[in-house]
Design a protein around this ligand. Structure first.
Ligand SMILES: Cc1cc2nc3c(=O)[nH]c(=O)nc-3n(C[C@H](O)[C@H](O)[C@H](O)COP(=O)(O)OP(=O)(O)OC[C@H]3O[C@@H](n4cnc5c(N)ncnc54)[C@H](O)[C@@H]3O)c2cc1C
Length: 581
């Protein structure tokens, strides 16, 4: 997907490449799964189901209410100028505020822009776009480009955000981090990031099944059978033609970053019937054990609201378990969040908590309570060597789409919400759409506004206006005549038409609709050839909008039977050709 064009612009030129009734299952209602669902719905696919294990969507963008305040335990911030996909949705869905978090990554700006230009020219999506040009380990890669060492702000920002130590990572990942985190103000969603994803899922014309855990995925030549445990605890089998798998689902029991060498781990063959290629590729993937620990601490009231690194635990992997970062969200509480790495074997939750408590005590704090802890299976990634050996080329050219299966999430996209969202949208555009001038299959582009609080609670019944009584009239047209000439009501808005961006494009008051209906009825009965007579059926082939509503009421007034049909593609205005025939 071309990031230089707006999302709306890109979708307006695409058609679905499969029948829109294709049954598409999405495993996981996190940012990647919901972004894929958004793109499929935009293309007109009408049989899309998201299966989410927990009671709410949002995935690692988990928010929790603690003593009346909302805290983001996982994903929380976005850089204003580097997140076009999510801010496209946020314009309508979320209120956000700017916060000060980290240093800008000024020292690597020109390198980042240079790599970004090359990535755009490659026509590839996700990490694949830079995996050939930036597969060297980070210190070597930067040294070869004149840097004496990895700039401190980059190394600290990267490691504190849970992506491992820079000396372990191919530069491609550091690039994905800096290009998304360096531009513009840092923003956080009011009400929590989870709420943003909930609102997005509620706006999508797709089925989202929460409390539905996928137990097994079996593929065959026709599609995929998925065993799920539904919200009643029963196991059912759902059949899909295509399946999209999100997040760390295939690597849940796989290798953990910096685990002791003796520990064994396998990709998730228990829940997925992986073939040899999938097993081979996914056996190279590691995830990071990343913990959020929430503590109530007395004695640290002097620390201002903000995000802090612990520099002493940022360079040496032997310090894993100690917190790498701490955050104070609100001034009026003594709740602090700590972020730490574990290793799944000998450094787990209790050790991580103990080390966070020690750090707080060393700062002069007194622990009142351990409020909660989360362990995230975070940032699936591969080594520099595997990247050099063409891992991403194989994933994108041999794996994606094979056996009716597609993968979205941090491995392909890098573990940041904007990267995941834009990758999922790009993957859907690549594999489920084409840009041929006319559609391969008949379909209707669905218009769904992203506007959760559109009505704003301002809806009023007409008889709630002073001095207005609701009459008993036998026909819809009778009501339009009544309200269209009513002294109090006639100038009130009856219909508002909003476009896909949630922008108002046209409106009708009761009086206007009444007048338009009369005018159209007059034309239909008296001016047209051949003349209609009451009771005739009239085909209304209109692109959706208030012109259609005018004509519908005009027909009622003329006592004609309106038969609305949509043009094959409302954006192509094909209906006009049909009428002329
Ligand atoms: C501590 C932390 C801080 C972060 N900070 C930021 C940040 O500031 N900015 C930013 O942009 N990103 C941040 N991230 C990263 C961001 O949260 C992730 O990139 C994003 O959530 C990944 O989305 P996803 O959909 O690929 O995976 P996930 O969010 O993991 O979603 C996968 C979904 O699949 C579901 N699932 C798993 N197994 C099953 C099953 N068997 N059946 C059904 N459903 C299943 C899960 O419940 C989950 O909802 C942070 C993450 C963490 C953990």
């Amino acid at each position: 997907m071309d990031s230089r064009k707006s999302i709306e612009d890109q979708f307006s030129k695409l058609h679905p490449s499969l029948p829109v009734s294709t049954r598409i299952g999405i495993v996981g209602g996190g940012p990647s799964g919901l972004s894929a669902a958004y793109a499929l719905a935009k293309l007109g696919y009408s049989n899309v189901t998201v299966l989410e294990k927990y009671q709410t969507v949002g995935g690692m963008c988990e928010s929790a209410e603690i003593e009346g305040n909302i805290y983001d335990l996982g994903g929380q911030v976005l850089a204003a100028n580097s997140a076009p996909v999510i801010f496209h949705w946020a314009k309508k869905l979320g209120k956000y505020k700017d916060i000060k978090v980290a240093d800008d990554y000024v020292s690597v700006i020109s390198l980042t822009l240079e790599l970004q230009d090359k990535a755009k020219d490659s026509g590839r999506i996700g990490v694949h776009a830079v995996s050939e040009i930036a597969s060297d380990l980070t210190p070597e890669f930067l040294e070869a480009r004149g840097f004496k060492s990895v700039p401190k702000s980059v190394a600290c920002g990267y490691t504190a955000s849970g992506y491992g130590f820079v000396q372990d990572m191919p530069y491609a990942y550091i690039h994905e981090f800096t290009r998304t985190s360096m531009a513009g103000k840092i923003r956080r969603f009011k009400g929590g990031y989870m709420n943003f994803w909930k609102k997005l899922s509620e706006m999508l014309p797709i089925e989202v099944r929460c409390n539905t855990e996928v137990l097994a995925v079996r593929r065959n030549s026709a599609g995929a059978s998925v065993d799920v445990k539904n919200s009643n605890g029963e196991v059912e089998v759902i059949e899909f033609d295509e399946i999209i798998i999100s997040g760390s689902f295939p690597f849940k029991n796989g290798k953990t970053y910096r685990a002791p060498p003796s520990s064994s781990a396998e990709p998730e063959t228990g829940v997925m019937d992986m073939n040899e290629l999938e097993k081979k590729l996914f056996s190279k993937v590691q995830t990071i054990d990343y913990y959020t620990t929430v503590l109530k601490i007395k004695g640290l009231e002097h620390i201002p609201v903000g995000f802090y690194y612990f520099e002493e635990f940022m360079d040496d992997p032997a310090t894993i378990g100690h917190p790498v970062a701490m955050q104070r969200f609100y001034n009026n509480t003594d709740v602090f969040l700590f972020w730490s790495y574990g290793n799944s074997v000998d450094i787990k939750g209790p050790t991580v908590t103990e080390l966070a408590i020690n750090t707080a005590k060393n700062m002069g704090g007194e622990i009142e309570e351990v409020v909660l802890q989360r362990r995230f299976k975070y940032f699936p990634h591969i080594s520099s060597q595997d990247m050099k050996e063409g891992f991403y080329e194989k994933v994108e050219s041999e794996l994606q789409g094979m056996r009716n299966t597609y993968y979205v999430g941090g491995l392909m996209a890098f573990e940041l919400t904007e990267r995941n969202a834009s990758y999922a949208v790009a993957l859907v555009c690549k594999h489920f759409a084409n840009d041929s001038p006319s559609p391969t299959f008949p379909y209707v582009k669905r218009l769904f506004p992203l506007q959760s609080d559109w009505w704003g609670g301002n809806l009023k019944r007409l008889d709630e206006f002073p001095g207005v009584k609701f009459p008993d009239i036998a026909s819809l047209d009778g009501y339009l005549k009544h309200w269209g000439t009513h002294e109090v009501i006639q100038n009130k808005t009856l219909y508002t038409w909003i476009n896909e961006e949630g922008v108002v494009v046209s409106q009708r008051t009761y009086r206007e609709l009444h007048a338009n209906a009369s005018c159209i009825a007059h034309n239909l009965l008296l001016n047209q050839k051949p003349l209609f007579k009451p009771g005739d059926r009239v085909l209304l082939v209109y692109i959706p909008g208030l012109d259609f509503v005018d004509t519908f009421f005009g027909c009622l007034r003329a006592k004609l039977l309106p038969v609305p049909v949509l043009p094959p593609d409302p954006l192509q205005r094909g209906g006009q050709a049909l009428l002329e025939d």
